[in-house]
Design a protein around this ligand. Structure first.
Ligand SMILES: Nc1nc2c(ncn2[C@@H]2O[C@H](COP(=O)(O)OP(=O)(O)OP(=O)(O)O)[C@@H](O)[C@H]2O)c(=O)[nH]1
Ligand SMILES: [Mg+2]
Length: 202
């Protein structure tokens, strides 16, 4: 259970992130997919991670500490067309360096909008994660926005499309930051990742 969560630091340079002395889990996905909202839902604090109706809100690597024990990280989204090319390549460089170099990273949740048909940009990002050995699981967001059957149709299509990417079917979760759906399952999974990491490192 997540009992305690607080902000630690924001960085633009992955090299300045906190000492990698504990397990870390990060949230990534398209701009506006609901990363920051999901984090707030999981930790029971509305304003902990900054959210916005406009894409491009989160621009830095944000570390939060959970139960005084592990780090949870909110990242900027990818695929936000409105930022200029220079800013965009800066973010992409920051995110890719963080994801490939962060040694204590034990899980990366890639968030996918459950309302949409499979998007090329998400599949390409997952393919990149696969080739780089980034440990990913899928989180489908905004499930409150449509019927359960529509959500599961979109998820089935996405999983079908991603068969070429994953050797094994990925872990996936269905969530809503509005209703709290998926909270227990996702929290349990994060705690398992953290325990496993600790078992291997301490
Ligand atoms: N209905 C509904 N709205 C959601 C949900 N999650 C997020 N939103 C809304 O989607 C918008 C974007 O949410 P954010 O959490 O800021 O998205 P983000 O992925 O962090 O976006 P960036 O930081 O810009 O990359 C906000 O208006 C949220 O209120 C959800 O589960 N259900
Ligand atoms: Mg955000």
């Amino acid at each position: 259970m997540i009992q305690k969560a607080s902000f630690v630091v924001s960085n633009s340079n992955p090299a300045n992130c906190p000492k990698p002395d504990r397990a870390e889990i990060a949230f990534i996905g398209r701009s506006n997919v609901g990363k920051s909202s999901l984090i707030n839902m999981l930790v029971n604090q509305k304003g902990l991670a900054k959210t916005s109706q406009k894409p491009g809100k989160t621009q830095l690597i944000n570390h939060f500490i959970i139960n005084d024990k592990w780090y949870l990280v909110d990242l900027p989204g990818y695929g936000f067309a409105k930022v200029n090319v220079k800013v965009k390549s800066g973010w992409e460089n920051m995110i890719s360096t963080y994801l490939t170099k962060r040694e204590n990273l034990c899980g990366v949740f890639v968030l996918i909008d459950s309302r949409l048909e499979p998007q090329k940009i998400d599949l390409e990002f997952l393919l990149w994660c696969g080739t780089e050995g980034v440990p990913t699981a899928l989180v489908f967001t905004k499930a409150d926005k449509q019927s359960k059957s529509k959500t599961s149709q979109n998820i089935q299509k996405f999983l079908k499309k991603s068969e070429e990417i994953f050797e094994e079917a990925p872990d996936y979760f269905i969530t809503s930051a509005e209703t709290g759906d998926g909270k227990e399952e996702l929290t349990k999974f994060m705690e398992e990742l953290v325990s496993e990491y600790q078992g291997n490192h301490f």
